[in-house]
Design a protein around this ligand. Structure first.
Ligand code: AMP
Ligand code: GLY
Length: 441
């Protein structure tokens, strides 16, 4: 039954992937994306309303008779969009996929997230929160830690608010710089953390506030250069599934992290409906929370959605009606490899408006738009992360091969991508030498 008229908020590759998945649902009547991108424009209709323009979103919801709102990025959630809908008699009946303002504090304030984890005994790095007035405590805490030192601006800083520093003296200096405004008001408080040594993985769940469904996990590649070199970006690629996420590790994550988080939110009276993104560190087989996000990851969504065989809109229906436990969430066993094509120079300065040429004989893969625009009828670059491409295959090596073969069909001036996505977690290409008989003495 085509019963859902959906407004999807956001404009990145994540939103294109969500739109692509929603469009497969027999329950979808019509999809609008605000503001969307050229990719979402061919799936539904884009409306020129910014993700943080609450009045503009309200007008769209009322004029198009929207009956479900899906929030892609964190900013409208941290700004209280869900509470704002609930307080407006014209909108209060419309379900949103995304948490209320207090729930969104899990991402909006690193200090809030750390205190929440402490209250609910959720494994995370030891920390100390510091303000101008407690600078001496910060210095003292740094004196107790071995290098390297992790400093995090408390508030949203567009993914740039974390410093990892080798020298203690420099850490003390940078602590002062952050408090003095290096990351703006986001740094009025700073969380100092113990450094965790391990491998990162992004784990995603959908919750109706009581029940949850685990989505496929993914590994994100944050640095701009091959083998994790160069500055941090929004994400240069993703792989799902992640081989070290064994049934045993997943069980630890559910028991020690996901269930206590959802129970904790309930106990604190926080109505959390939407995505929960656990940024985890696997420290010798033990999961620790590095960060919470209150949305899906980007580019992880582009690797996760193609692995979901379940109807995403049906899961959202379960969230809207709080019947998520009645739904099934089926996952395709294949591996998805996503590679992001970025503008040369990103994450620093880069040029825009270069024409994008996509060759018609592109091999089998999924193309998701992010920083693209249509100018005078032509597709051009319009952002740092321009396009991403996902290939599915029975294993990482085959998915990599497919993704990189398809990538040659995308051409624009100064385009850049990493060539090593998935390489670090792919089983060695050459079979290991068979165990030979021990040498004779
Ligand atoms: P966050 O924004 O909190 O995810 O931090 C950005 C990145 O910094 C993470 O993806 C990790 O690579 C790294 N990081 C953050 N906290 C820690 C920690 N306590 N130990 C080691 N690395 C960390
Ligand atoms: N790819 C990491 C994030 O979306 O925060």
């Amino acid at each position: 039954m085509k019963n859902y008229r959906v407004l999807l908020i956001g404009s990145g590759g994540r939103e294109h992937a969500l739109a692509w998945k929603l469009a497969q649902s027999p329950q979808l009547d019509k999809l609008w994306t605000a503001p969307g991108n050229p990719g979402t424009a061919v799936i539904g209709k884009n409306v020129p309303v910014a993700a943080t323009d609450f009045e503009g979103l309200k007008t769209t919801v009322l004029t198009q008779q929207i009956n479900l709102v899906v929030v892609g990025p964190e900013e409208p959630l941290v700004n209280g969009l869900v509470d704002w809908f609930a307080a407006d008699p014209a909108l209060a009946h419309i379900p949103l996929i995304g948490p209320c303002r207090r729930g969104a504090q899990l991402e909006g304030s690193k200090d809030f997230a750390k205190q929440f984890m402490q209250r609910h005994q959720i494994p995370t790095a030891r920390h100390q929160t510091v303000t101008h007035d407690t600078l001496a405590d910060g210095d003292a805490f740094l004196d107790t830690l071995p290098a390297p030192y992790v400093l995090k601006a408390d508030g949203l800083a567009a993914g740039k608010g974390v410093l990892i520093i080798d020298s203690r003296d420099e850490a003390k200096q940078q602590l002062r710089h952050i408090l003095q405004g290096l990351f703006g008001a986001a740094g009025d408080k700073v969380v100092i953390e113990e450094f965790l040594q391990g491998t990162e993985v992004s784990v995603f769940a959908l919750t109706d506030g009581e029940h949850y469904k685990l989505l496929p996990e993914a590994k994100d590649y944050k640095r701009v250069g091959n083998h994790d070199t160069g500055p941090n970006t929004g994400g240069m690629g993703a792989v799902s599934p992640v081989p070290f996420v064994t049934p045993d590790f997943r069980e630890k994550v559910e028991q020690q992290i996901i269930r206590p988080t959802i129970r904790g939110l309930q106990q604190e009276g926080i109505d959390y409906r939407g995505f929960l993104f656990f940024g985890l560190m696997n420290v010798a087989g033990q999961p620790y929370v590095i960060e919470y996000n209150v949305r899906m990851g980007d580019p992880e969504t582009e690797a996760v959605m193609p692995r979901l065989s379940t109807d995403l809109l049906d899961l959202f229906d379960g969230i809207a009606r709080r019947t998520l436990h009645e739904k099934t969430c089926d996952i395709i066993p294949d591996t998805a490899v996503t590679v992001v094509c970025v503008s040369g120079g990103y994450p620093g300065t880069y040029a825009k408006n270069y024409p994008i040429n996509i060759l018609p004989d592109m091999p089998d893969s999924l193309l998701f738009h992010a920083g693209t625009a249509i100018r005078e009828g032509k597709l051009v670059t319009a952002g740092g992360r321009v396009l991403s491409l996902t290939a599915l295959a029975p294993n990482i090596a085959a998915a990599r091969e497919k993704a990189y073969a398809a990538l040659t069909a995308i051409q624009f001036k100064n385009s850049h991508h990493r060539t090593d996505i998935g390489l670090d977690i792919a089983p060695a290409a050459e079979p290991r030498h068979a165990m030979s008989a021990p040498p004779e003495e």
